[in-house]
Design a protein. Sequence first.
Length: 230
Amino acid sequence: MTTITDRYTRAQSQIIDACQNCNRQPQSVTLLAVSKTKPINDIQALYDIGHRQFGENYVQEGVEKVQALAKLDIDWHFIGPIQSNKTALVAQHFDWVQTIDRMKIAQRLNNQRPAELGPLNVLIQVNISQETTKSGVALESVEALAEEIAQLPNLRLRGLMAIPAAAQTLEQQTQEYQAMQSALARLQSQYPSIDTLSIGMSGDMTQAIANGSTMVRIGTAIFGAREQKG
């Protein structure tokens, strides 16, 4: 029987192989374990073998897990869409937010971040494939939003996140990865805190790493198929 530990080890090996194939150091890529809809026991199992970075998509579920595991030194990433009425919960409980796509949300997170927690690490979500069903800013709007976020004292701008469209040719995917990599480089020339490009999931992590991803969001390949939210 394949265990979570087995699948986690396999995912780590894939990251190492992908890095070696493009002459990158494996430590340059962070594995974010996406634990949405999965029980606390699964998170604890990964924690017990040394993993510390976990991502949640749903505010209430995520907050419950953060509170239940508050004694553990986990870095919690919020990677789902944020409604205005949920920003306080996110600001108070998470270490990272990867889905900033408008100033209104950034301002609310800044205002509601408890001072004792220090600045909240944030990524700008880019709608790189220009899909009408996905959140995110247009690529050409990234620098203007970054300039505004950089002025907020309780947020620390760390980089960019995107979810490229699944049904694409390898050439299309590569073009979008490279566009994100170029956008990150432009931000890095202006802001010293920029160091993160969050692209790549279970199905495309190899290509994403080859094109500059520094964080891959892996759920299914570690935890198995997800339960559907009601």
